[in-house]
Design a protein around this ligand. Structure first.
Ligand SMILES: Nc1nc2c(ncn2[C@@H]2O[C@H](COP(=O)(O)OP(=O)(O)OP(=O)(O)O)[C@@H](O)[C@H]2O)c(=O)[nH]1
Length: 660
């Protein structure tokens, strides 16, 4: 069996945490975790298919996952007034009866991680499509999830992090994606560090900002619900107090009577109060000996209390009865078990006649279950859980079937002087519906911006690199052109100069002569070193070269002083073109040069001074025939040589040239 390639192997490893995650779920309570794991499983399969070349199938699978995840993300992002939570719940209900959005919706950060993984799979993590940044974003999201899980920073209102197995599954899948793509990131030679840093900074900033905004909005909502609960409590307390004040007025009616009321009178007076204040279980008349003699309404429960002597029958209320009947002040019981078998509070309102005689007391019995029912009817019990308690004892409670949110607000109710606790716990769905969406919107926007920033920076960097390459090519080209120009100049210079003496050569001499064809008089001087061969033979060519250079310098100095051109004609022969120089001047120049050379200190091996012979010719008028002029000068030189060397000979002045 052939081995799996490393990328497939690492991706396959993700199946281990996936399986463990699936096995560790305990049923419907973790439906969201199960769904997240299933989506991760589909992405694992998609990536394996992608690696095995079944791209179309892989993309189909990723599309299904992406569709689900984008729907989930929509539920986090879309404001309540666009798509109310009720619609999401109705949609969920359509999937399975009794299912709410919160039960199946994957955690926010896990949703985002899986969306990015899906994009990574489809784009095959290519750097040009943001692969490196997307991978790092997933890493950041996973790190944030773990941070929230371990530091318990997570308030469970918005489910941000998935469980550890899910996080691990996504992490291993990401590693698998990395194994196949990271090496190619390097080979593409993208300057990743430069391109990644700014968007990465933006990602971290976005995550921190999101967490900060999330905490603030959740705290704000918690305070808001607490304030609403407090308002509810205050309103109920006020209402109860108003009712009790009214009942106290009822008690004062009986002070006008001289004798205890008949049952009929009692019922007639008590009925309106009882009708209005449903939490009054009954209103009873108690005689001075604490017997209940009248009660309203007379029903099955209340009838049992008739005739009972409270001092004996209800020890818990004895003190309150005694206070009313003996001290003539209002007596209040704690929460006690009433004779009717339900918890309640009794107020005993003394009926004191004008002569300070006590006629009896009005017992006002508040049934706590009925009071709770009254309180609970004030709020939407489908959206809020309520519990009425005294200390640790829960007197009554009502919780909706749907799951409750994380916050319980305990508010104090003053029920006829008895402090009761009312615990208000809004449902999760109601809180989520009221939770501002802007933290999630900024999270999604921040991540999208970071991705766009990456793409822009990448494009810019590539453009910049191409620009640099073009610039470098341009610079090279310019350098090349400069070198060629230089070479060209050198070639041109060499074409018209002698390399050894740096003097103009024969060609430039001829050009100068032609250029001065109209100048009259026009003299030409030829100079030839005497016995130069001996220098070479006895002192070597290097010395010979040095002597030629020296002669060149002297000749240039002397000739240029007279506006002429001194050139090397060839070998040890030199020529001078002397425009507007007549014969006498030309002879003088030749003499000067001859003399300067003789005095230059250059000598043969035997100490004899180096000398040269000169032939001079002057064209006085008539057209210039170069060959004729040069021949005449040459002949003059020959004559100088023949006459013993080291002397100047002048050709007859030319005017009418005869062709040679
Ligand atoms: N060192 C050196 N010698 C050169 C150069 N060009 C020509 N010569 C030498 O110049 C010498 C010319 O010799 P010849 O033409 O025989 O004449 P000469 O020895 O000067 O004798 P006369 O001209 O008759 O006085 C030769 O030996 C050439 O080799 C050069 O560029 N450098």
């Amino acid at each position: 069996m052939s081995m799996l390639p490393p990328a497939s192997l690492v991706v396959s490893l993700a199946i281990a945490p996936l399986t463990l995650g699936l096995l560790s779920q305990d049923g419907a309570g973790r439906l969201h975790e199960l769904l997240t794991l299933c989506l991760a499983g589909m992405l694992i399969l998609a990536q394996l298919l992608m690696l095995w070349g079944a791209r179309a199938l892989a993309k189909g699978l990723v599309s299904i996952v992406l569709f689900t995840l984008v729907l989930v993300l929509g539920s986090y992002v879309l404001p309540e007034y666009w798509v109310p939570m009720a619609i999401w719940d109705a949609l969920s209900h359509g999937l399975a009866a009794g299912l709410s959005l919160e039960a199946w919706r994957p955690a926010l950060l896990a949703t985002l991680s899986l969306i990015l993984i899906a994009v990574l799979i489809v784009t095959r993590s290519q750097p040009a499509r943001g692969g490196p940044l997307l991978s790092i974003m997933v890493l950041c999201l996973l790190a944030m999830q773990q941070l929230l899980n371990y530091t318990n920073l997570e308030t469970s209102l918005i489910r941000a992090s998935a469980g550890t197995w899910t996080t691990l599954t996504i992490a291993v899948l990401l590693a698998g994606l990395g194994v196949s793509s990271v090496p190619s990131w390097h080979s593409r030679a993208v300057p990743l560090k430069r391109v990644l840093s700014p968007p990465l900074f933006l990602v971290v900033l976005t995550l921190l900002l999101w967490h900060h905004q999330k905490s603030i909005t959740e705290q704000g909502l918690a305070h808001q619900t607490q304030a609403q609960a407090q308002q509810l409590g205050d309103r109920l307390t006020r209402e109860i107090q108003d009712h009790l004040a009214a009942v106290e007025r009822f008690a004062s009616i009986w002070t006008l009577f001289d004798s205890p009321p008949t049952q009929e009178e009692w019922s007639r007076q008590a009925e309106p109060y009882h009708r209005d204040f449903r939490f009054l279980l009954n209103m009873a008349f108690v005689d001075p000996d604490s017997h209940i003699t009248r009660v309203h309404p007379i029903n099955e429960i209340n009838r049992q209390a008739l005739g009972a002597r409270l001092f004996d029958a209800q020890p818990a209320g004895r003190e309150a009865v005694s206070r009313a009947l003996h001290e003539h002040r209002i007596g209040r019981t704690e929460v006690i078990m009433l004779l009717q078998g339900v918890p309640g509070i009794i107020h005993y309102l003394p009926i004191t006649l004008e002569d300070e005689r006590i006629l009896g007391a009005v017992a006002m019995v508040i049934s706590l279950p009925v009071l709770a029912e009254r309180l609970f009817s004030e709020v939407d019990t489908q959206a809020i859980g309520l519990a009425l308690s005294q200390g640790d004892r829960t007197l009554a409670s009502q919780f909706p079937e749907i799951s409750l949110g994380p916050w319980q607000h305990e508010i104090l109710l003053d029920v006829a002087g008895t402090p009761l606790g009312l615990t208000v716990q809004p449902s999760h769905a109601q809180l989520i519906a009221r939770l501002p969406r802007h933290p999630v919107v900024s999270l999604v926007t921040g991540l999208t911006l970071a991705y766009l920033l990456y793409l822009v920076l990448l494009g810019y960097t590539r453009l910049e690199r191409r620009h640099r390459q073009v610039h470098a090519a341009n610079t090279g080209l310019r350098r090349e052109i400069r070198t060629r120009n230089q070479l060209q100049k050198e070639i041109e210079w060499l074409a018209r100069h002698d390399e050894l003496t740096k003097l103009p050569n024969r060609r430039l001499f001829m050009e100068t002569l032609e250029a001065n064809a109209e100048a009259r008089p026009l003299s030409v001087m030829i100079c030839d070193v005497d016995h130069f061969k001996r220098i070479n033979d006895h002192q070597g060519h290097l010395i010979g070269d040095r002597y030629l250079k020296r002669l060149g310098n002297i000749g240039r100095e002397v000739v240029e002083m007279h506006g002429g051109l001194f050139a090397r004609y060839g070998g040890e022969e030199f020529v001078a073109c002397l425009p507007r120089v007549d014969t006498a001047q030309a002879e003088s120049i030749a003499e000067t040069l001859r003399h300067r050379l003789q005095e230059s200190g250059l000598s043969h091996h035997d100490g004899q001074r180096l000398t040269a012979s000169f032939g001079v010719v002057t064209l006085q008028d008539g057209p210039l025939e170069i060959a004729t002029v040069m021949q005449a000068a040459d002949e003059a030189l020959y004559r100088a040589k023949a006459a013993g060397r080291n002397q100047v000979r002048t050709a007859p002045t030319l005017s009418v040239i005869e062709s040679p």
